[in-house]
Design a protein around this ligand. Structure first.
Ligand code: PNS
Length: 168
């Protein structure tokens, strides 16, 4: 008798991935048979990194963490998260929460997603040492000359310096 594969989706913009994201992805992988990291994007909006770059950063970090067998990374343009979940055969969304502000932002989306198709959202408490880490904050820090080592993969830190720091 074949057992059902427990597959979860970790969705986000990942522009770029941070070590906070990777902590949640790794913990989601420990709780499920497979994790699909869904890089969701709107083609009309230019991000800091291209979708291919975002996917590549996550793939490299996942491989470095020894998780490539259990975690795959896919990009989706202009899609509802619930449709992504249906397409990849996942009935659970996993999100990390850094605190109450994240919860206030995530709760209506979790309820809407459950309303739409019944997909459940599981919240993992964010690792406290990454509680101050977000894609937007690391970009701002790098833009004004700060160091984000230890908050994003080294490859991402170097790419951020090239991409967002003004020359000079
Ligand atoms: O990394 P982010 O920007 O916090 O990710 C937000 C994201 C992409 C997960 C969220 O905006 C989303 O699920 N977008 C897909 C479109 C969708 O399903 N919208 C309705 C949500 S109830």
């Amino acid at each position: 008798m074949s057992e059902r594969v427990r597959r979860a989706v970790c969705p986000g913009s990942y522009d770029p991935v941070t070590l906070g994201h990777l902590d949640v992805i790794g913990r989601a992988a420990a709780l499920h048979d497979e994790v699909v990291v869904a890089v969701l994007h709107n083609p009309a909006k230019a991000g800091t990194f291209t979708v291919a770059e975002r996917v590549g950063f996550v793939e490299h970090a996942v491989a470095a963490a020894g998780l490539a067998g259990r975690v795959r990374v896919e990009a989706f343009a202009d899609r509802l998260l619930v449709d992504v979940c249906r397409d990849v055969g996942a009935d659970v969304v996993v999100k990390g929460l850094r605190g109450g502000t994240d919860f206030a932002y995530e709760l209506p989306m979790a309820l809407m997603n459950r309303h739409l198709t019944g997909v459940e959202t599981v919240f993992l408490p964010g690792e406290p040492s990454f509680g101050h880490v977000s894609s937007s904050l690391v970009k701002e820090v790098v833009r004004y000359g700060g160091d984000v080592g230890g908050l994003v993969p080294d490859e991402v830190r170097d790419a951020l310096v090239d991409r967002v720091r003004p020359p000079g």
